[in-house]
Design a protein around this ligand. Structure first.
Ligand code: ATP
Ligand code: ZN
Ligand code: ZN
Length: 823
């Protein structure tokens, strides 16, 4: 972007600062460097703040703003850290999700880029000569002398450190600066260094025992090395032995050790450099899809596709083939996956095809690595990005294709701060860039199916599994007939498990609840143990022998007696994955199991390890939550057991049918992906429910038709547009009062809108299903309209009214656009 000399004003968003961007004047000297997307320092009150230029203009929107306008102080970047298309995306999000732009940028950019730099004084060449000139007499003030000494000594000093100097240094620094002897520069404290090279030590031959016996240091050095199997990293040794560098050098010189520098793929220390693999020969169906999408890659137009391919139909290979084409055309590609578990599994495959051209992006990355990745992506070094939700903000230059895998998945929606949906953001980004976007799923969202039926999206299908493998057989187990421990593993499921294990195959047991017992009940008075901060029952975890709130993380010991009636009558009820694992071990004592849920794998390294334990066949039964339900490809799994299909149905939400079918079809789809056919047992108390029946018959489209008809009748999305107003306050009274006040404002506004023939429906206010969360009481008010064009101005006016209406300061009102959760 060329700078425009007439531009005089910058609009600057200040992260963690004022809610809205502020205007600043651009001093002439800085004009060539100020452009949208660069970081600047600006005065804010009495401090200097880091901001991001979100716009530049020749004139102010309102001339009255000129008064009191201040100057941009420093421009920190040569190139924008936020490219133009992302800036547009962020602006769209700010407006669509009714969220302040500075806060949107906080979500979009890695935190390291938003940190304030350290100001340093650096001696210029001229200054160095000047200070060192022979015969120059030292200044008189002690502060000035100390400053000069310090500068001569180190060349550059953080300004903060100068505060310790005696008085007088400040004025002197200003003089030196004016003379051009010192200059300010801005540096960021190095974020955790991202290690690119690891020095590996290999033992070639053990030194003679007499010699080892003489030196305790050598002995402990060798012990560490031998314990690690003769090979380990230098860092590992350094943490466990003394004088390591000495011994490494000495033993290396004597030929006992070999030293090797190994490059690690730094963003994912667990994914070792993969042997490259060649693309597979596509099946005719896959080929057709690739050809069709390929035609649109160079068209320069927004083109949304729904890739509706049954589980195991080879969608991933389609993505890979398309990305090859995109790269061959000199462009870049973005692939979104809903869950970190999936990103780590796909990473291995992507890495084997794209090597260093791939960057991964997920919550397991350290802040330093994130900053690094960001820079590599902006610089075009990593033209393929694979990542979770927030990867939709990857600053890929010249983006040519966006793939959203498992596009129906609810985890694409963020449920705090900026409540955005990454699939919808991806669609908007593709629209802004005029490129195709591919939404892949075995169970596309009703929203996408609806858009296809309306002719807005193009549907592509993969109707068969690769190599004509059959889809699994699904059978229902009616749990109303079972009691006791059979409530967890029914006799039917136990029998099927036994057969599967006998055949040498593997099984997955799925339950969408972690922990051991889901609540504690007092047998005497009926009290259920609750989290003190949330209106929810707490879950018992056997592994840690503690109670935990799954909503706020609060933890405690199990009390000896009931806190209400003081009787020793507390008993655990309900069950989660921990309990399922225990029951499985009881039924099959010799069978190794592995559990994957947020408790069992809190770090990405553990996750990869557990997935590998299962993939290698060492563990025969995998027990897990939704982390295991989708995307995974384990060829030896021939049995999937759904422990309780009703968990999703119990949620009072118009989408519960849709999410239940999707979940069941996805988890069922993990069975029979190899050479042997698979079967699925679904345990349920509602065997006749239409969502469960749809899963049994594996007829997703027919389910969609019926579901869409009923949504239309009930005027629910995707036929209408919805928003939720979530009103919270620390006191129950205040929350209710504020919610009613919001509803009143909304009613008045609705009347005004309907005069202009823009119908609006209001539902509520009502206490949220979780009435209290993290110490705040919660109320919901739902707002519905027939179109975005009606809803958006309504929400904007409503928020303006609420801002003006002086709600108590402790009351928070947030808008949740297209809400997925009513909690
Ligand atoms: N052209 C091909 N030839 C042979 N095998 C293939 C081909 N394409 C894909 N496969 C294999 O088929 C299996 C299933 O593919 P993949 O995991 O991509 O399915 P998917 O459509 O993503 O399923 P899901 O919706 O369950 O994630 C994989 O083991 C993959 O290696
Ligand atoms: Zn009690
Ligand atoms: Zn809680």
């Amino acid at each position: 972007m060329k700078s425009d000399p007439a531009v005089s004003y910058a609009e600057v968003a200040i992260p963690n600062g004022p809610a809205e961007p502020l205007h600043y004047r651009i001093p002439t000297a800085l004009k060539p460097r100020v452009q949208s997307g660069v970081r600047v320092l600006v005065p804010l009150g009495r401090r200097e703040a880091l901001g991001i230029v979100v716009g530049v203009a020749r004139t102010l929107p309102d001339p009255a703003l000129e008064k009191g306008l201040r100057d941009v102080a420093v421009v920190l970047d040569q190139r924008p850290v936020l490219p133009a298309d992302l800036m547009k995306l962020c602006r769209w999000m700010a407006s669509y999700y009714l969220h302040p732009l500075p806060a949107v940028l906080e979500t979009a950019l890695p935190t390291g880029l938003l940190a304030k730099p350290v100001v340093r004084y650096r001696l210029t060449e001229e200054g160095a000569q000047g200070l060192g000139a022979p015969g120059r007499s030292a200044p008189r003030s002690a502060g000035a002398r100390a400053l000069e000494e310090a500068l001569k000594l180190s060349g550059a000093i953080p300004r903060k450190e100068l505060r310790a100097l005696p008085r007088g240094w400040k004025a002197h620094a200003q003089r030196l600066e004016e003379k051009g002897w010192i200059q300010r520069d801005y540096v960021w404290p190095a974020a955790q260094p991202s290690q690119r090279v690891v020095r590996m030590i290999h033992l070639v031959q053990e030194p003679p025992p007499e010699r080892v016996a003489r030196s305790p240091y050598l002995r402990s050095f060798l012990e560490v090395l031998l314990e690690a199997g003769g090979t380990c990293s230098l860092g590992h040794l350094r943490n466990r032995a003394a004088h390591v560098h000495y011994w490494v050098k000495k033993l290396q010189d004597e030929g006992f050790l070999r030293v090797e520098d190994r490059e690690v793929v730094q963003e994912s220390p667990f994914a070792q450099a993969m042997a490259p693999t060649a693309p597979m020969a596509l099946t005719p169906d896959q080929d057709q899809v690739v050809t069709r999408v390929g035609q649109t890659l160079t068209a320069g137009a927004f083109h949304p596709f729904v890739l509706f391919g049954v589980t195991g139909s080879g969608k991933t290979e389609v993505y890979l083939a398309l990305i090859e084409r995109v790269l061959a055309a000199g462009r870049t590609a973005l692939v979104l996956v809903p869950e970190i578990a999936l990103s780590t599994q796909l990473e291995a495959l992507f890495r084997s095809r794209f090597g260093r051209r791939l960057a991964v992006w997920h919550s397991g990355l350290s802040p330093g690595v994130r900053d690094d990745q960001w820079k590599k992506i902006v610089g075009g070094e990593s033209p393929v990005v694979l990542g979770v939700r927030s990867a939709v903000f990857s600053p890929l230059p010249n983006l040519g294709l966006i793939v959203v895998d498992e596009e129906h998945d609810g985890s694409y929606k963020q449920d705090d701060r900026l409540r955005y949906h990454a699939r919808d953001a991806a669609l908007m980004r593709a629209r802004l860039l005029d490129i195709p976007v591919l939404l892949g799923s075995a169970t596309p969202s009703l929203q996408s199916i609806h858009h296809w039926r309306q002719g807005r999206y193009e549907l592509l299908r993969l109707q068969k599994r690769v190599e004509d493998r059959p889809l699994p057989q699904v059978a229902v187990v009616d749990m109303r007939r079972h009691r006791g421990p059979f409530r967890i593993l029914s006799p039917e499921l136990q029998k099927a498990l036994g057969e599967t294990l006998e055949q040498g195959r593997q099984a997955i047991l799925f339950l969408n609840r972690r922990g051991f017992a889901t609540f504690f009940l007092c047998r005497t008075c009926g009290y259920v143990l609750q989290c003190p901060h949330c209106a929810v029952s707490v879950t018992y975890h056997q592994s840690s022998d503690r109670l935990q709130c799954h909503y706020c993380g609060w933890e405690a010991q199990v009390p000896g007696a009931c806190p209400v009636c003081q009787k020793h009558a507390l008993i655990p009820f309900g069950f989660g994955t921990e309990r399922v694992e225990e029951e499985c071990k009881k039924a099959f004592p010799d069978v190794e199991t592995v559990r994957i849920d947020r408790d069992a794998v809190s770090r990405p390294g553990q996750l990869v390890q557990s997935l590998n334990v299962f993939r290698s066949g060492k563990a025969r039964v995998l027990i897990g939550t939704q982390m295991v339900a989708k995307g995974h490809d384990f060829p030896d799994v021939t049995l999937v057991g759904v422990i309780n299909a009703d968990t999703a149905l119990q949620v009072a939400d118009f989408r519960s049918g849709e999410t239940t079918v999707q979940l069941l079809l996805q988890v069922a789809g993990r069975a029979g992906r190899g050479d042997a056919p698979g079967r699925v047992l679904v345990q349920t108390y509602n065997p006749r429910h239409h969502a469960i029946q749809a899963a049994v018959h594996m007829d997703y489209l027919q389910f969609c038709e019926a579901e869409l008809a009923s949504r239309q009748e009930l005027q629910y999305p995707p036929f209408t547009r919805m928003a939720r107003l979530l009103v919270t306050a620390p006191e129950s009274e205040a929350a209710g009062r504020a919610a009613r006040q919001c509803a009143q404002e909304a009613e008045q506004l609705k009347a005004a809108f309907e005069k202009n023939r823009r119908p609006i429906a209001l539902m509520g206010p009502a206490p949220a299903p979780i009435q209290k969360l993290k110490g705040r009481f919660r109320w919901n008010l739902y707002i519905k309209a027939w179109s975005h064009a009606h809803l958006q101005p309504f929400l904007e006016s409503l928020m303006d009214r609420l801002k003006a209406s002086k709600l108590p300061r402790t009351v928070h009102v947030v808008v949740d656009r297209d809400p997925l959760s009513s909690l």
